[in-house]
Design a protein around this ligand. Structure first.
Ligand code: GRF
Length: 212
């Protein structure tokens, strides 16, 4: 059984979606840098191992990252999932688990890396927004893309409404990407993700759909 370690910082709704997806693997630990992350409550109820590595307890980013990497490594993970983990990881961490770290980002990368993605999408007037699951590399929010989901940006949207529409899709595509990884249906080749050719996809997503 493949071993999964999930890193969180906050609410943990993506972590929950991963638990509920009954993945072909075992979530062996949930690790948080935030001792009061609301998501820890649900993780405890699942009976999984919980670890808190509080970045505030460390003199600098390298020291924190080394401690975090050692803790992650102690669970011998096949897959490390960043599910709303809000710390930027050092190169040493990323290289140690290279090809085994997935992140979810709330935009259609490479558009809107970084924070405040929903407000920035509204400010730019884009018609499509969404989320991206990607492998983590040393470039922030820039690793090889596994899957993206697009949602329309509607005229009446505010940041909260748009965030909620995107989050619903996050909960859909993150478990899907994790499942593909665990089932060996995706591979990294020359910095790109190759997806098992037996998986089928629609030809286009258009928004607004123009059918009214
Ligand atoms: C999500 O929008 C995720 O894309 C971003 O941080 C948020 C975390 O939400 N990286 P949750 O903690 O999974 O509910």
């Amino acid at each position: 059984m493949k071993r999964i370690v999930i890193l969180i910082s906050g609410r943990g709704s993506n972590m929950r979606a991963l638990f509920e997806a009954r993945l072909p693997g075992k979530i062996v630990a949930v690790i948080s840098n935030n001792p009061v992350a609301p998501g820890l409550h649900y993780a405890r109820q699942q009976g999984t191992e919980i670890r808190i590595i509080n970045h505030r307890d460390f003199a600098d980013r390298d020291a924190f990252d080394t401690a975090l990497a050692n803790e992650v490594n102690s669970f011998a993970p096949d897959l490390v999932v960043l599910a709303g983990f809000m710390r930027i990881l050092t190169e040493a961490f990323v290289l140690r688990f290279a090809g085994r770290i997935l992140n979810i980002h709330p935009s259609l990368l490479p558009a809107f890396p970084g924070v405040n993605t929903h407000q920035r999408a509204l400010d730019e007037g884009v018609r499509l927004h969404g989320c991206t699951v990607h492998f983590v590399t040393t470039a922030l929010d820039h690793g090889p893309i596994v899957i993206q989901a697009a949602v329309p940006v509607l005229p009446e949207d505010d940041e909260a409404a748009l965030a909620a529409r995107v989050l619903e899709q996050e909960h859909h595509i993150f478990p899907l990407a994790a499942r593909w990884f665990l089932d060996d249906r995706i591979t990294l080749q020359d910095g790109r993700v190759r997806i098992d050719s037996t998986l089928r996809f629609p030809k286009a997503v258009i928004s607004p759909n123009g059918q009214n």
